[in-house]
Write a protein that binds this ligand. Structure first.
Ligand SMILES: Cc1cc2nc3c(=O)[nH]c(=O)nc-3n(C[C@H](O)[C@H](O)[C@H](O)COP(=O)(O)OP(=O)(O)OC[C@H]3O[C@@H](n4cnc5c(N)ncnc54)[C@H](O)[C@@H]3O)c2cc1C
Ligand code: FES
Length: 512
């Protein structure tokens, strides 16, 4: 978060600014009553909203104005200029709205406006009286919150196999593991929040069966929960490495807050780590362990990390980035066994390790869906409204395979923002809104002081165009297949990333 001095940059809007200095279609950062405020002019109208994103405090002035919305430069949250509402995740809270007065060519920012909460809608005859959400992660949490924001007054039960309340999973391999983010940064919401919202969250509540005929779910402990509408948001599970020693106590996987806490505790006492898997998670873990001054070796089957997702140039850059930070790679191989002194590779080499982290990918948790007879295809098959093959049962997040409006192909992604946005759309559709899920996939990664944001989805590409220089950490990479742009990655060009998202959104809208 920017410090107090930066936050109060610019003019004091309480004293007024000349309308002529507020350029139409531009954003002006200033402050009022000690708080940072963003002034935005659209034609004759002037809006004033909180200047800081409610997700991770990005300065919204560095973002993009799109119609009546402001897009956050960092992880592409979207706020309504008129109401302050967080229209799209990852921001879950609105920004403050201020009353604006124009007088003799001067604009004044006055008092804060009350947040307008939507009225509770009575449970209509065709509305579900009870909604069960299986999964307390990104999608499940976003769905539960959105149901209440939409005024749903019926029963919401969130069943989560996790031991803790929905948490900020991306933080687990980044700030929290590196020791730069506190424990308090992990929960998305407090227990009190769920109580106040009337969301009944049950933890350590693993669902073992869905009975779509009797419309209930059964838990491990034998209890049952009936539903009128059901959201499946069971996420993904780490792929386990099946080699001798993979179950030793110093071998860790990373998915849940419990996993992360155990890893942090172990990292505090470790000097040498081996990370098996040069995936995003593996590389973020490597970066965070280096921040703790642990000697890190990364083992991967690929010859160039991240090449499959980002292309050879970005892959080589990422490899060098890690090497410059002291990481040693062992590529084109994998581990054949783990024991107390270290990890033995297939090529016979042994790497000493008092900590081993396995990050070789995840698998969508679809066994419940399979058991219930839902259509599955390497994920739970859903239509454009995120409804599964069984009416009344929706799926969102890492498990959902949906028709990508950009390419017409069915895709499944493992991205935080997509999971949250799908949870939000599924919530509205459980209330009968019939809203297509047409958000453009987005993810980001942070490793050391390097950040990359990616929009679109190019599972296969035949050409990568680079504008700018990776080495200078100032570039845009466009991924094409058959000449068609499918995805864009930006390195330290935040607003370009937002522009790319908007460009894809417009292409989708135009294709309808
Ligand atoms: C360490 C880490 C870092 C990441 N960093 C990034 C990042 O930087 N950027 C990015 O875009 N993405 C990132 N991701 C991916 C992102 O977190 C996932 O895409 C996202 O969490 C998916 O949300 P979800 O709701 O589908 O699943 P999850 O968030 O995994 O939630 C699944 C929930 O389902 C519950 N569950 C599963 N089975 C059952 C059952 N049978 N009964 C009851 N509950 C069940 C689980 O307990 C859990 O509560 C990261 C993931 C991890 C693990
Ligand atoms: S800081 Fe704004 S979306 Fe993350």
């Amino acid at each position: 978060m920017s410090d107090e001095t930066t936050k109060l940059d610019g003019p004091d809007f309480g004293n007024g600014v000349a309308l002529s200095t507020v350029v139409d279609g531009a954003m002006l950062q200033g402050h009022s009553q000690g708080e940072p405020v963003l002034l935005v002019r659209r034609g004759d109208e002037v809006f004033a909203i909180g200047a800081t994103c409610t997700h991770y405090d990005a300065p919204l002035a560095d973002g993009l104005l799109v119609d009546d919305t402001v897009r956050c430069p960092w992880h592409h949250a979207c706020f309504n200029l008129r109401t302050g509402e967080a229209l799209r995740a990852p921001a879950l809270n609105p920004v403050t709205c201020w009353r604006v007065e124009q007088c003799d060519g001067t604009v004044y920012v006055r008092a804060k406006r009350e947040t307008v909460s939507r009225p509770q809608s009575p449970v209509a005859a065709n509305m579900p009286r009870s909604i069960v959400i299986v999964g307390g992660g990104a999608a499940g949490n976003a769905a539960a919150e959105m149901l209440r924001r939409e005024g749903y007054a019926g029963r919401i039960t969130m069943l989560s196999a996790d031991e803790s309340l929905p948490c900020d999973r991306p933080n687990l391999s980044k700030g929290y593991l590196a020791g730069t983010a506190a424990e308090e940064s992990n929960p998305l919401r407090s227990a009190e929040f769920y109580r106040e919202q009337g969301i009944d969250v049950k933890l350590r509540a693993r669902v073992t069966k869905i009975d779509s005929a009797s419309r209930d779910v059964r838990l491990e402990d034998g209890s049952r929960h009936g539903y009128d509408a059901l959201l499946l948001a069971t996420g993904a599970e780490p792929v386990h490495l099946d080699i001798p020693g993979a179950d030793l106590p110093h071998v860790h996987y990373l998915r849940t807050l419990t996993d992360s806490r155990a890893l942090v505790t172990k990292a505090m006492k470790s000097r040498r780590a081996v990370v098996i898997g040069a995936s995003f998670i593996g590389l973020e873990v490597a970066s965070s362990l280096r921040a703790r001054d642990i000697d890190v070796h990364v083992v991967g089957r690929e010859t160039c990390p991240m090449e499959k997702v980002l292309g050879a140039d970005a892959g080589q850059f990422i490899r060098k980035l890690h090497e410059d930070h002291g990481v040693t790679f062992h590529l084109g191989t994998t581990a054949s066994c783990i024991d107390e002194p270290g990890v033995t590779l297939q090529n016979g080499e042994t790497l000493p390790a008092d900590l081993v982290v396995i990050g070789i990918g995840v698998r969508p948790a679809i066994s419940l869906a399979e058991g219930a007879g839902l259509a599955v295809d390497r994920g739970v098959t859903v239509n454009e409204y995120l409804e599964t093959s069984v009416p009344g049962i929706f799926a969102a997040g890492d498990i959902a395979r949906w028709p990508d409006p950009l390419t017409g192909e069915r895709i499944r992604v493992e991205h935080w923002v997509v999971a949250e946005r799908q949870g939000q759309t599924a919530a509205r559709n459980m209330l009968g809104r019939q809203e297509r899920f047409d958000a453009v996939p987005f993810f980001w990664t942070e490793q050391y002081d390097f950040g990359l944001a990616y929009v679109g989805h190019a599972v296969r590409f035949d050409k990568v165009e680079i504008d700018g220089k990776l080495d200078a950490r100032d570039c845009t990479l466009a991924y094409r297949r058959g000449g068609r742009k499918l995805a864009v990655a930006v390195v330290h060009r935040d607003v370009e990333g937002v522009r790319a998202e908007v460009e894809f959104e417009r292409a989708i809208a135009a294709s309808r």
